[in-house]
Design a protein around this ligand. Structure first.
Ligand code: ADP
Ligand code: MG
Length: 353
C-alpha cells in the first residue's frame, strides 16, 4: 500500500462547505501513516470547532474502510493548525477566483497542430452563443494563439488590486472572457520558458484572473503529456478534459498518450470526450460535399478503442483557418463549420448538466 493510493481514496471525501472540493485538494490531509495492517490519517482543521469536522472525519473513515476492507485498521486523527500566514507572490495563489466557476474543462491533445486551439476558441464562442457564461485561459506557454485567433493581439489586460494581490482582468470579446500568456509578450517575441517558470505562468493564467461567475472555463492546454500537464491538472481543480485529434491512424498513439495522462492515478480525471477535427474536407463552394481524405470513421474507431465518447466531428474547411487568421472565430458564422462547433457545444453542455 502506498501513500499515493491512500490519497486517491481520500479524494472521495468532499468538503460541502468549500465548493465541494476534496480534502486532498484543500490541503487538509496533513499526514498519512502506513504500517503493517494499519493506516492512520491526520486531518488538519483551521478552526478549533469546525462544524463539519465530525462529518469529514466520518466520511474519511468510511472511505478508508470501504477501500481497504475490514482487515486493515484505519484511524483518523485531527489537528488544529493556525490559520496559514499570508504567503506572497505565486505561492499565495489559491482557488478564490474559481469559486464561482461551475465547470473547468481542459482542452488537450497528444501533440500539436491538430487544431486544439481552434477547437477551444470555437467551442468557447459556440457555448457563448448558446447563452452560457464562458471563459478561455490559454495555458499554452509555448505557442499562445488566442490573441491572434480572437484579434486581440496587442491588447494589454488591466490589473486590479484585491486584498494585497494583483488580479488580472480578462479581455471580453464575442461574449467570452479571454486570457492568454500571449498578452504579456511583445509581438513576434518568442516565449522561452523552462519547467518551473512555465508552470507558474500557467497557474497565473488561471488562478490570478478575475473570472467572476462562469458556467464554463476552458483551458487550452499546452500540447504534449509531460510534467507540466500533470502539475497543471493537480494545481487547478480541472473537472476533466476534452481531447482533440485528427482522424489519421497515426494520431491514435498520441491520443492514447493524452488519454493515459488523465487516467494516470496521480491525475485521475474523467475524459468527457473526443473531438475529431478535420474529419473530412468540405470545399467552400460545395458545402454539401464531404471528402474523407484521412479515411472515414477514424474518430469513431479511436473513441471506441479508448473507451471515450466521440463528442463531435469538425470538418476541414478553408474558412476555419481564414477566420482564425482574421481573429473572427468560425463558430460565430452560419456555415457547416459553425454548425459543427454548435453541435459540439450542445453535446458538452448536455453532458455537464
Ligand atoms: N477544422 C479546420 N479547418 C481548417 N483549418 C483548421 C481546422 N482546424 C485547425 N485548422 C488550422 O490548422 C492550424 C493548426 O491549428 P491550431 O488550432 O493552431 O492547432 P494546435 O493548437 O493543436 O497546435 C491553424 O492554422 C488552424 O487555422
Ligand atoms: Mg495551439
Amino acid at each position: 500500500m502506498k501513500k499515493e493510493e491512500i490519497l486517491q481514496i481520500l479524494r472521495e471525501v468532499h468538503h460541502p462547505g468549500k465548493s465541494d472540493r476534496d480534502i486532498v485538494d484543500l490541503g487538509m490531509v496533513q499526514e498519512v501513516n502506513i504500517e503493517e495492517g494499519k493506516v492512520s490519517v491526520t486531518l488538519a482543521f483551521s478552526k478549533r470547532r469546525d462544524p463539519l469536522a465530525e462529518y469529514l472525519i466520518g466520511s474519511t473513515r468510511a472511505s478508508l474502510i470501504r477501500h481497504l476492507g475490514a482487515g486493515v485498521e484505519s484511524e483518523v486523527k485531527t489537528v488544529v493548525v493556525e490559520e496559514v500566514k499570508k504567503k506572497s507572490g505565486i505561492e499565495a495563489l489559491g482557488m478564490e477566483q474559481l469559486i464561482n466557476v461551475r465547470h473547468i474543462i481542459g482542452v488537450a491533445s497528444g501533440k500539436g497542430g491538430v487544431g486544439k486551439s481552434t477547437v477551444a476558441v470555437n467551442l468557447a464562442c459556440a457555448l457563448a452563443r448558446l447563452g452560457y457564461r464562458v471563459g478561455l485561459a490559454d495555458a499554452d506557454v509555448y505557442g499562445p494563439s488566442i490573441p491572434t485567433m480572437t484579434h486581440t493581439e496587442g491588447e494589454s489586460p488591466m490589473a486590479e488590486e484585491h486584498e494585497g494581490m494583483e488580479l488580472i482582468l480578462p479581455l471580453e470579446k464575442y461574449g467570452v472572457k479571454w486570457m492568454s500568456i500571449g498578452y504579456f509578450a511583445q509581438k513576434g517575441q518568442a516565449l522561452i520558458w523552462r519547467g518551473p517558470m512555465a508552470c507558474n505562468a500557467l497557474k497565473q493564467m488561471v488562478l490570478q484572473v478575475k473570472w467572476e461567475d462562469l458556467d464554463f472555463l476552458l483551458i487550452d492546454m499546452p500540447p504534449g503529456t509531460g510534467d507540466i500537464h500533470i502539475s497543471l491538472v493537480q494545481d487547478i481543480p480541472m473537472e476533466g478534459a476534452v481531447i482533440v485529434t485528427t482522424p489519421q491512424a497515426v494520431a491514435l498513439a498520441d491520443v492514447e498518450k493524452g488519454v493515459d495522462m488523465f487516467r494516470n492515478p496521480s491525475v485521475n480525471r474523467p475524459i468527457f470526450g473526443l473531438v475529431e477535427n478535420m474529419a473530412w474536407f468540405t470545399p467552400e463552394e460545395h458545402p454539401d460535399e464531404k471528402y474523407y481524405i484521412f479515411g472515414k470513421d477514424g474518430g469513431k474507431k479511436m473513441a471506441a478503442e479508448l473507451g471515450v465518447e466521440l463528442l463531435a466531428s469538425i470538418p476541414l474547411v478553408q474558412s476555419v483557418r481564414e477566420c482564425a487568421d482574421k481573429g473572427e472565430p468560425a463558430a460565430l458564422g452560419s456555415g457547416p463549420d459553425a454548425m459543427a462547433f454548435i453541435e459540439l457545444a450542445t453535446r458538452l453542455a448536455e453532458k455537464m448538466g
